[in-house]
Design a protein around this ligand. Structure first.
Ligand code: NAP
Length: 268
């Protein structure tokens, strides 16, 4: 990976091959940031990088990094540290599985924690000191509504996302006095490639009246617009998702267990 030295502001985005990460790459490039983006589908991420460079005239460096491999994450951390200070870090990479926990492959569940939790912590730990020193910087963690609405068949995913949410809230408490912004985004259904892991084509699912699927660009627009809201860490894009978030937070636990099976039946 060749790292950026242009003097422009810099953003690191994990999982920018497609979906929400690719939309952050476009959104931040449009705002004039040079980018370091990570992914694994080499050809696709290379063409994402080319397209963005040509369209916005900024520089995009690509790191092919398997984030469930701690030695690869450590390498990425060293490369990111070399170009600190970073202005924005977006911990976005993620995948999902669907199934009863005791029947799932345990190594895949372990990878879920490594990607969503461990890689996120290590990258955050790498960029935060320079941000604090400069009293400037933003960390965006892309979690999920599952963080507040934990579901059967997604035990590890829901728990990893809850970690991301709580971690972000705690970090905000520590970093706000030092001028560093932390945001945790809780998207609902969004049309991306996330369904690949569970054999679902999310691009082809029809909208229902009560649950409309968002486009990744809409999610990112809300996230970037909300960065200016003071003391506001949790970002829930979309009116329907905001309602779901409120209900999940206010519903008594016993009622939650009564309605949760019906919600799970309607999940993709
Ligand atoms: N789509 C939704 O409905 C939804 C809802 C709530 C939250 N989210 C969250 O949004 C984030 C982005 O997902 P998306 O929906 O945009 O899906 P996506 O289009 O599949 O993008 C996921 C990205 O994460 C990368 N990634 C996945 N596993 C990885 C691994 N082990 N190592 C390195 N990179 C890995 C992928 O890289 P490669 O493809 O190159 O392997 C890809 O760039 C995820 O954290 C997801 O949990 C999505």
């Amino acid at each position: 990976m060749m790292l950026t030295q242009s003097g422009r502001k810099k953003a690191v985005i994990t999982g920018a091959t497609s979906g929400i990460g690719a939309a952050y790459a476009h959104g931040l490039a449009e705002r004039g940031y040079d980018l370091i983006i990570t992914g694994r589908r080499r050809d696709i991420i290379a063409s994402v990088a080319r397209e963005i460079e040509e369209k916005f005239g900024i520089r995009v460096d690509v790191s092919i990094t398997e984030l469930s491999d701690e030695s690869k994450v450590d390498l990425l951390v060293e490369q990111v540290k070399e170009v600190c200070p970073i202005d924005i870090l977006v911990n976005n990479a993620g995948f999902t599985t669907k199934g009863l926990f005791h029947q799932e492959d345990i190594s895949t569940q372990e990878k879920m924690v490594l990607v969503h939790v461990v890689a996120m912590m290590k990258l955050t730990h790498a960029v935060l000191p320079a941000m604090i020193e400069r009293r400037s910087g933003t960390i965006i963690n892309v979690a999920s509504l599952h963080a507040v609405a934990p579901m059967s068949l997604s035990a590890t995913y829901s728990s990893a996302k809850a970690f991301m949410k709580n971690f972000s809230m705690c970090l905000h408490g520590e970093a706000k006095a030092h001028g560093v912004k932390v945001q945790c985004v809780l998207p609902g259904f969004t049309r991306t490639d996330l369904g690949r892991g569970i054999d679902v084509d999310m691009h082809a699912i029809e909208d229902k009246n009560i649950r409309k699927w968002m486009r990744p660009e809409q999610v990112v627009k809300v996230s970037l617009n909300e960065l200016n809201r003071r003391n506001c860490v949790i970002c829930v894009p979309g009116a329907g998702n905001k309602l779901a978030y409120l209900v999940a937070r206010l519903l008594p636990e016993r009622l939650w267990y009564m309605i949760e099976p019906a919600i799970v039946r309607n999940m993709p």
